[in-house]
Write a protein that binds this ligand. Structure first.
Ligand code: EPZ
Length: 422
């Protein structure tokens, strides 16, 4: 088991290059199952979720190579079964279901189960597959879907919290090889969905409307291999911007897509963070006093739920009351009790966290619980006086490429150590 030891209180300074987006890489890697021709995907982040997706594709029979930032996949002959032991370790693997159904007209994938941030149901994914003509049943913890033919249709994918990102991805992928036209209403508008649509169109799919709530897919007979570079990670970029602000440093962020970050940049500006933008380059500069602000997470283009925890860490430093409301997941506040261990004053009221900010944080041992909560604890540790030990950092390695190396290059005093025990 590994931990980070962070000696806080040092303003970050320098330049950080943003990696490819994990949440674009995973569905795009799954989409390579839609063709028997070789696909090459560049700017893939070397994070454990991606390495795990390579394992999953290989378990389905695909040839997979991952060198540097490039993944090569050739799914010449594949089998339709993705087993529990794999899916339970990474629920994002559910996005192989749409391609398997599209290419083989059958798919058996373990139910992903929930995680610390919520139940993570897949009812909308299954609704979409059934609408395309698949017979879907759940047996022994597996979802089994099969179809004689997939027929294009109109599908409404809106759910309890608005749209579904991987549900939109799954249905869009299956629909690329269906007969006729599929229209997805209340589709997710995230940039990662747009990136997947661009990848599929480069394979010969006919998709329009991605990025809007209505996506139209005209089915084609087959898809071909492709070379493609994925978008940079807007959540990673937001995380470094917030880390810079939390330490009152000066950090230049290169390789990002600021046009994917409007909600975050706007909220940081409102909170008193000074950010300069020159084209695609963002520079966070030292600020005066931070200001308390209210944040509500929403589907894109609203404030992303994947930046909620990091923003909370920052707002513990802003004098006054900040109210953070989580509208996407039912229990995405695991970081609150750990931030409290660093001296933060936060009360939970239903879907909201009331942050009484302004007191300096002081270092302590804390426990990571999920990917973005871990990032929040690292940010808080960088800002806190004294030493913070963040345990179970395998959570953070799922979605941040070399975060300790990148932070050390920015002047952070952070070390990765081996520790005994759970
Ligand atoms: C994707 O998860 C991301 N993961 C998540 O990022 C992100 O937080 C989430 O989208 C929301 O933006 C990947 O892309 C791999 P959803 P996804 O389906 O697609 C409900 C991270 O930290 N829902 O958009 O699984 C669901 O319960 C991760 O990088 C249904 O009710 O999320 C949730 O409340 C965490 N029925 C809401 O919709 C369904 O069938 C949004 O979930 C599907 C979802």
């Amino acid at each position: 088991m590994q931990s980070f030891i962070i000696k806080g209180g040092v303003p970050l300074h320098g330049q950080v290059q943003i990696s490819g987006a994990k949440n674009a890489a995973l569905p795009i890697m799954a989409a390579t199952l839609l063709t028997d021709e070789p696909c090459t995907i560049r700017r893939v982040p070397n994070v454990s979720d991606v390495r795990f997706m390579c394992k999953i594709l290989a378990s389905l029979g695909a040839e997979v190579e991952f060198h540097g930032d490039t993944v090569r996949v050739r799914a010449k002959k594949i089998n339709p079964v993705c087993d529990y032991d794999l899916v339970r370790q990474m629920r994002g693997s559910i996005c192989v279901m749409g391609p398997l159904l599209g290419r083989l007209h059958r798919a058996t994938v373990s139910l992903p189960g929930g995680c610390v941030i919520g139940a993570r149901p897949i009812n909308l994914h299954l609704k979409g597959f059934e609408a395309l003509g698949a017979d879907v049943k759940i047996e022994g913890g597996y979802v089994k879907a099969s179809a004689k033919r997939l027929l294009g249709t109109e599908i409404f994918l809106g759910g309890r919290a608005g749209s579904t990102v991987l549900g939109t991805a799954n249905v869009m992928m299956a629909a690329t090889l269906a007969e006729g036209v599929t229209v997805i209403e209340s589709a997710a508008c995230e940039p990662e969905v747009v990136d997947l649509a661009n990848f599929l169109n480069a394979m010969g799919a006919k998709i329009t409307g991605a990025g809007s709530p209505t996506i139209t897919i005209v089915g084609v007979k087959q898809l071909h291999g492709v070379e493609y570079e994925i978008i940079p990670d807007r959540i990673e970029a937001a995380t470094y911007a917030i880390a810079a602000a939390a330490t009152n440093g000066e950090v230049t962020i290169t390789g990002a897509r600021p046009d994917h970050m409007h909600a975050v940049l706007d909220k940081l500006n409102e909170a008193g963070v000074r950010i300069e933008r020159k084209g695609a380059v963002l520079t966070v500069k030292p600020h005066g006093e931070l200001r308390a602000v209210d944040v509500t997470t929403l589907p894109y283009a609203g404030f992303p739920t994947d930046v909620q925890a990091q923003m909370m860490a920052l707002l513990t430093l802003a004098p006054g009351i900040s109210i953070i409301t989580e509208r996407i997941f039912e229990s995405r506040f695991m970081h609150v009790s750990e931030l409290a261990r660093l001296g933060a004053d936060i009360e939970l009221e239903g879907p909201s966290a009331i942050v009484k900010g302004g007191k300096p944080l002081s270092g302590a041992p804390v426990m990571a619980s999920d990917l973005r909560a871990s990032a929040a604890l690292v940010i808080a540790g960088l800002a806190a006086k004294g030493t913070t030990q963040v345990n179970r950092i395998y959570h953070i390695d799922r979605g941040y490429e070399n975060i300790d190396t990148k932070l050390r290059r920015l002047g952070a005093r952070i070390q990765r150590i081996e520790v005994e025990g759970p």
